[in-house]
Design a protein around this ligand. Structure first.
Ligand SMILES: Nc1ncnc2c1ncn2[C@@H]1O[C@H](COP(=O)(O)OP(=O)(O)O)[C@@H](O)[C@H]1O
Ligand SMILES: [Mg+2]
Length: 261
């Protein structure tokens, strides 16, 4: 179980995450939605023990990020676009390197890396330097690295960002399979379609606060919107967010272009 309890993270005067509490059960996929700057990455990085909370805490399977960060790390697989790959290692070498850091013995490591290469379809490029891979290939290597120790909780920050449909599908299938194996999965995204496809529950962040939580259907019903995308926009407006940039207006009648209804 992933638990966030009153988690706050301040950068100077900025409250990036403010009193955030949520739970993700084993066998559950929880999607974190929110506009740019809402605090999703900050919250996930606190959970992954890469940032220290200002107050409150988080835990994975009872291990606390403040008191037991090494145990938390052994239980989570963390994927984030901000984590680079070593450009001068091959994909296979990179995954092996992380496996050794996680304490896998050489025999088990070889088996596990073979499994991951097959699982994420890395066969054609696992011997190439990471620096020479495409975005989708890099993401699949990064995911294999994050999963090398078969962690019980997955923390994925925009896992399909910048990926084509096929690479995205590989990741969806993997997430669904891991949920069925009883893992707790917390991920952030801007893609409503993947939330509808995968998420058992959704939390919406605005200015670091959880402003709505429930099933996708529940959020649609509660906001009286016709779709999850519209429910999200309604919640954003209720919390003072507006589309960024100038307003697109039709000069003649003053109504928005494109006829948003
Ligand atoms: N290292 C940092 N130092 C100062 N401010 C930061 C830092 N990282 C993020 N922020 C700010 O914290 C807020 C939340 O950012 P972030 O967690 O990246 O949001 P999201 O992932 O939802 O887009 C933003 O206002 C961002 O500018
Ligand atoms: Mg982010």
């Amino acid at each position: 179980m992933i638990v966030l309890e009153g988690l706050s993270k301040h950068y100077g005067d900025l409250r990036a995450v403010a009193d955030l509490s949520l739970k993700v059960r084993p066998g559950e996929i929880y999607a974190l939605l929110g506009p740019n700057g809402a605090g999703k990455t900050t919250a996930l990085r606190c959970l992954a023990t890469l940032l220290k909370p200002t107050s409150g805490t988080a835990s994975v399977g009872g291990a606390d990020v403040r008191h037991d960060p090494l145990r938390v790390r052994s239980r989570i697989g963390f994927l984030s676009a901000s984590m680079g790959l070593y450009e001068r290692l091959s994909g296979r070498e990179l995954v092996e390197y992380y496996g050794r850091l996680q304490g896998l013995g050489e025999e088990r490591l070889k088996e596990r890396v073979d499994e991951l290469v097959a699982l994420f379809g890395l066969e054609d490029f696992s011997a190439r330097f990471c620096g020479k891979l495409s975005t989708g290939q890099r993401q699949r290597v990064a995911l294999a690295r994050a999963m090398v120790h078969d962690p019980s909780a997955l923390i994925l920050d925009e896992p399909t960002h910048g990926l084509d449909v096929l690479s995205g599908e590989t990741i969806y299938r993997f997430m669904a399979q891991e949920r069925d194996r009883g893992k707790a999965i917390l991920f952030s995204t801007h893609q409503m379609a993947e939330v509808e496809l995968l998420a058992d529950r959704v939390g919406v962040l605005s200015h670091g606060r959880l402003v709505a939580e429930g099933t996708a259907e529940g959020l649609v019903q509660r906001t009286g919107a016709g779709s999850l995308a519209k429910a999200f926009l309604t919640l954003m407006e209720q919390n003072g967010h507006r589309p960024v940039g100038r307003e697109f207006r039709n000069e003649e009648n003053g109504s928005p272009e494109g006829g948003v209804e």
